[in-house]
Design a protein around this ligand. Structure first.
Ligand code: C2E
Ligand code: CA
Ligand code: CA
Ligand code: CA
Length: 280
């Protein structure tokens, strides 16, 4: 037993070293990646329950690294936060997503997603001029303000600086505010009193075992009630099966996102979601 613990400990420490090393290496390459256009956006549908009709879309970033291939944002966003390049990368993400949404509107009219969600990290939100950055991106791309949703986590809200004030300014401007990974933080419900929220994105962890009557189902039910009571929109995240979708619909969820309805896709593959008939 002692040996197993030792091994586990050593492996764990090695992982940490690797990941710290990797962070440093990736961080050092971010500048070049930005300058040479190695980032791509992918888009995942947010659909109506139960029909699966495309309603909105979440923009997610990918790093198409020349030697390492596609790198997940979970690996490089922390590095970009750490060295500050998230500010520049975040502005590129915002502008690219807004431009894409305007293009869909022109190409597909009523079949285009009605809204686009963009993830905003702690450092971006803490930045004093962030509202102006968003306003400029909207003005330059021509995206109507009501079509943009920014997704923030509890960590970002409590990340310091002007975060809460910025959210108030954005909301005032007409941008919708979504609380991401809702229910996983330390004070998710408390946030509803401090932040002008429009959308609750109910975390995948509550959706995962929702079909087995137990804690997850109870929490998912409580969260939809909170959302309804406060007049917010709820989106269930990480829906992977038809059974989960059915159960969520039964509980009162009207919007969902997850592999069952569509994985994140780059343009032009994303177009398939707009032209296909809703899943029945
Ligand atoms: P998130 O904002 O919670 O995004 C949802 C993540 O869950 C995405 O991973 C998405 O691909 C994945 N996902 C969606 N449906 C399913 C499903 O049914 N099953 C499973 N297993 N996964 C599903 P992704 O794209 O790797 O992004 C990971 C995280 O990285 C995001 O979590 C977000 O926190 C961050 N991120 C991604 N794009 C951006 C960005 O443009 N800016 C910032 N600041 N952060 C980003
Ligand atoms: Ca998100
Ligand atoms: Ca999420
Ligand atoms: Ca997440």
């Amino acid at each position: 037993a002692a040996k197993a613990v030792g091994d586990t400990h050593r492996r764990h420490t090695a992982d940490l070293d690797d990941s710290a090393d990797e962070q440093a290496r990736l961080g050092a390459e971010l500048r070049t990646a930005l300058d040479t256009g190695q980032f791509r956006m992918v888009y995942q549908p947010i659909v109506e329950l139960p029909c699966g009709r495309l309603r909105a879309v979440e923009a997610l970033v990918r790093w198409d690294h020349p030697e390492r291939g596609l790198i997940s944002p979970d690996r490089f966003i922390p590095a970009a936060e750490h060295n500050g390049l998230i500010i520049e990368l975040g502005e590129w993400i915002l502008r690219t997503a807004c431009t894409q949404a305007v293009e869909w509107q022109a190409d597909w009219g009523p079949r285009a997603p009605q809204r686009i969600s963009v993830n905003v990290s702690a450092r971006q939100l803490a930045q004093p001029g962030f509202t102006a950055v968003v306003a400029r991106a909207l003005a330059d791309t021509g995206l109507p303000v009501g079509k943009l949703t920014v997704e923030v986590t509890e960590t970002a809200v409590f990340g310091g600086g002007q975060a809460v004030q910025t959210l108030n300014e954005l909301h005032e401007l007409g941008v919708r505010i979504a609380l991401d990974d809702f229910g996983t933080g330390h004070s998710s419900l408390g946030l509803l009193q401090t932040v002008p929220v429009d959308v609750l994105k109910v975390d995948k962890s509550f959706v995962d075992n929702i079909t087995m009557a137990g804690r997850h189902a109870v929490i998912a039910t409580a969260l939809i009630r909170v959302s309804e009571g406060l007049g917010l929109t709820a989106v269930a995240e990480g829906v992977e099966t038809a059974e989960q979708a059915e159960e969520l619909h039964r509980l009162g969820y009207q919007l969902a996102q997850g592999y069952h309805f569509g994985k994140p896709e780059a343009e032009p593959d994303f177009a398939a979601y707009a032209v296909r008939e809703p899943a029945s």
